[in-house]
Ligand binder design. Structure first.
Ligand code: NVA
Length: 379
């Protein structure tokens, strides 16, 4: 099986990444090939009648979308490699397979994107998230060959998998979507603030992309894919960290990395449309952090790419190469200009074709090694 790791590299592997901004040395980049429009399941509804995928149907994402996304992913790999960053790619996997556990049967899986959803790297540890969709239950498998190689070649790496969830019907609020869509915006936000959404608290559930790393502090967004027990599990697991549960005014919260994005020590980018908990803002201000309101995205909900289930705020889904250098989607002119004025060296990269596969530059990558150690930025 092709793992992307060559022998001469092997002894140099060091899993180590404590935040989102220290100098990047090694990164995983996802793949679009093989991605499925997910078969129906309690957690999500896919409905793209104009694309040949009306509600209830499922199948491979059309080739032309896959090819366009893989071209942009491959281009990102080249750019990162030119900057001296080692890049690893996950293995091919047949996501069209029907999968099951003793509790359920799911007609298809999803894909090898975005790896950020599945894997949290916290210091020397790679943690496989529980995930909260049946179609994503087995997704860790496409990353396993890489993880095993890291583990074999890094004497200090910790490798953990959060408790595999059952995802039985008890894990989901019945008829949630039907009822949610009938609520007013205010009513929706009350539910978001209370994390009374699709997931029950039957068992711990979380996606890794709801965790944002600021050294000793980890911020975990309660969302459509992360429940309170998931947060509790993360908090109890990372004993040396301060782990905070946070919510934002976002009607469909899913993954924190297009909402509250650290740029460097003392500076965080915030999606102004998604108001934060006042307590979170106080915590940052008390520690003299600058909270920068992100500039407007280039897209609107109406002009998103075909079959995208992300928001226009992928404009702020960035990948930092170091404290001064940030990779940003090339058409996000206002976001680029803002970062430029803040003194960052921006590397523009075309990436919107990747959105139908679940995210932007941060989602599509997982930093495996950055220089630096754990530091306390909120002393
Ligand atoms: N689900 C988020 C994307 C997270 C990177 C959003 O659409 O804003």
């Amino acid at each position: 099986m092709k793992t992307g790791i060559i022998d001469s590299d092997a002894e140099k592997i060091k899993v180590n990444s404590w935040n989102e901004w220290d100098p990047l040395r090694r990164v995983m980049v996802g793949r679009a090939k093989g991605t499925m429009v997910q078969a129906p399941e309690p957690a999500i509804i896919r409905d793209w009648p104009n694309e040949g995928f009306p509600k209830g149907s499922y199948g491979l994402v059309p080739d032309e979308l896959v090819d366009a996304a893989d071209e942009q992913l491959d281009n990102l790999v080249k750019i990162l490699e030119k900057k001296g960053v080692k890049v690893d790619r996950p293995s091919d996997f047949d996501f069209a397979q029907e999968v099951s556990t003793p509790d359920w049967n799911q007609k298809s899986m999803f894909g090898c994107m975005p790896p950020r959803d599945v894997l949290a790297v916290v210091g020397n540890e790679i943690l496989e998230a529980t995930m909260s969709q049946r179609s994503r239950w087995h997704e860790y498998l496409c990353y396993r060959p890489l993880i095993i190689n890291y583990f074999k070649n890094d004497s200090k790496m910790k490798w953990e998998a959060a408790p595999k969830p059952r995802l039985s019907d008890e894990s989901f609020n019945k008829n949630f979507w039907e009822k949610y869509e009938k609520l007013s915006n205010e009513e929706k936000l009350i539910k978001v603030r209370e994390n009374d959404l699709i997931l029950t608290d039957e068992e711990p559930l979380f996606d890794a992309a709801d965790i944002s790393r600021f050294g000793k502090d980890l911020f975990v967004q309660l969302s459509l894919v992360t429940n309170k027990l998931g947060y509790k599990w993360i908090k109890n697991h990372f004993k040396d960290h301060r782990v905070h549960a946070v919510t934002f005014d976002n009607y469909y919260p899913q993954h924190i990395d297009a909402t509250f994005v650290p740029l460097k020590p003392g500076m965080v980018l915030h999606c102004g449309e998604r108001t934060a908990d006042p307590e979170l803002i106080r915590y940052f201000e008390k520690n003299d952090w600058q909270i920068i309101k992100a500039e407007k995205p280039s897209k609107t909900y109406k002009t998103l790419p075909r079959m995208s289930f992300c928001s226009p705020w992928l404009s702020m889904n960035l990948l930092s190469i170091d404290q001064n250098t940030i990779v940003v989607e090339e058409s996000e002119k206002m976001q680029i200009e803002q970062l430029d004025k803040l003194g960052f060296n921006v590397v523009p990269v075309p990436f919107w074709d990747v959105a139908p596969f679940g995210g932007g530059l941060h989602c599509a990558t997982v930093d495996i090694e950055r220089e630096g150690e754990m530091e306390d930025y909120f002393p």
